[in-house]
Design a binder for this molecule. Structure first.
Ligand code: SR1
Ligand code: MG
Length: 435
């Protein structure tokens, strides 16, 4: 049975692989199991000549790149457990179902920023996706010190379009409510975030780990009442505020870049939540990249230019986001929370501008809160980041992490008084760089 999904060239065939019993793919079974699917063979060529590589380096899934004589595809398959932990941490396969729904929705809201979905097979929890080339994971480019001129514009625009257009500022509310209900089903992955982002790093928890040398720092965090109050307040907003459809895991490993293009991948953590969550996850990871630079470049002097470029990217992402969000506010604010009936229709457009400014301030406050928590959980929790993990020297890694924790704490705890991105960047820069 064929079903057409949101974007016009996406065909979803529910039994595409002809097997309703789930079985993980292996490099040596991909041609056999996918070779009979005409859509794939038509796209990349004769299965007899396919070359298959497993390239998954994330925490959850299998990812294969399949190369034929006419092209390449990416095959992403969920495993019934957390790949980074093994079978002792089971995880249901239906995350692939939510990911393909998120991918099509976010792709429609922010054209050109997501890869094309070619095929989804729910029984195999498998998606066949556009191979992005010559794109590379943003985190790797940040570690390598690569300047990316179009990055901030594309990310800021993506964030404004996806977050605004997925909200009740814009969407027909019946459609939005149906989507809220749909994505509530992604409770297992949302639950991982609720635990790993908001709780574990601030408690003793067997899943946590940290760099040797940070024992005392971790203990201070876990006794930090102000920070824990903020973490619980922000968790409450994450779990109860249904403001928009979030990507839900927008770190720099979920962004692929080349000189001219930026793409967003891996939306399996999608859920309805506060807009600042995606923004904060991204800015938190950029600030983590900032604090790791001294180790990658070798000295404070050698990293100065790149560090100031990272802060400029942060400032520009927020600036572009606010400008694009404001533009959408003035042109696409047709949802039940748009307030046109209260302002424009009563000849008071100025009232709507006041609400726009207070909305942006509220998003900014959340952004800072989530950014600071993301910086903690990537240092003290289960899922660490390559920016720090690739620093070979424990003492250097601990010194960089300590600066990041100090900045992260202030961003979160003082989120209500840091009114501008310049103030936030100044706070980050004010920590100095370890050496
Ligand atoms: C058990 S999953 C751990 C982390 O990996 C994903 O990328 C998310 O960030 C999640 O929190
Ligand atoms: Mg991911």
């Amino acid at each position: 049975m064929l079903q057409t999904a949101g974007s016009s060239n996406v065909l979803i065939e529910h039994t595409a692989l002809g097997n309703t019993v789930y079985e993980p793919l292996r490099v040596d079974t991909v041609s056999l199991r996918l070779g009979g699917v005409a859509q794939i063979a038509d796209r990349i060529g004769d299965p007899g000549g396919w070359q298959v590589m497993e390239v998954g380096d994330g925490n959850l899934n299998l990812v294969f790149i399949v190369t034929g004589e006419r092209g390449r595809i990416v095959v992403k398959q969920a495993l019934p457990y957390v790949r980074a932990a093994g079978e002792s941490w089971p995880l249901s396969l239906n995350r692939a179902y939510f990911e393909q729904h998120a991918l099509t929705r976010l792709g429609q809201r922010a054209p050109d920023r997501l890869p094309q979905l070619y095929l989804f097979d729910p029984a195999q929890a498998l998606q066949v996706i556009e191979h992005l080339y010559p794109h590379v994971i943003l985190r790797k480019q940040l570690i390598a010190g690569k300047f990316l001129p179009g990055l901030a514009l594309q990310l800021g625009t993506y964030l404004a379009r996806s977050l605004f257009r997925g909200s009740d500022l814009c969407m027909p509310t019946a459609q939005l409510k149906a989507d809220v209900a749909l994505f509530l089903g992604n409770s297992e992955l949302t639950g991982i975030t609720e635990d790993l982002f908001f709780t574990d790093p601030f408690c003793e928890c067997s899943r946590n780990r940290h760099t040797p040398g940070l024992d005392a720092d971790a203990a201070v965090v876990r006794r930090d009442r102000e920070l824990k109050i903020a973490a619980l307040e922000l968790k409450c907003r994450f779990s109860t505020v249904r403001q928009t459809l979030l990507h839900g895991d927008l770190h720099t490993g979920s962004v692929m870049v080349c000189d001219a293009d930026t793409k967003i991948i891996d939306a399996e953590f999608a859920s309805y939540g506060p807009m600042g969550f995606d923004l904060g996850s991204l800015l938190g990871n950029l600030w983590l990249a900032y604090f790791a630079q001294v180790a990658h470049r070798g000295s404070v002097e050698d990293c100065a230019a790149y560090c100031s470029w990272i802060l400029q990217v942060v400032a520009e992402i927020w600036g572009v986001f606010a400008a694009e969000f404001s533009q959408l506010w003035r042109t696409e604010r047709n949802g039940i929370l748009g307030g046109k009936d209260l302002f424009e229709l009563q000849d008071d457009p100025g009232g709507a501008e006041i609400v726009l400014q207070s909305t942006l301030q509220a998003i900014w406050k959340d952004t800072l809160g989530y950014a600071g928590l993301e910086m903690h959980r990537r240092i003290l929790g289960f899922a660490h980041v390559a920016d720090f993990e690739s620093i070979a020297d424990d003492a250097m890694r601990a010194a960089c992490a300590r600066k990041a924790l100090a900045a992260g704490r202030q961003l979160t705890v003082y989120r209500r008084s840091l009114k501008t991105v310049a103030q936030a960047n100044a706070l980050v820069a004010g920590q100095g760089l370890a050496c």
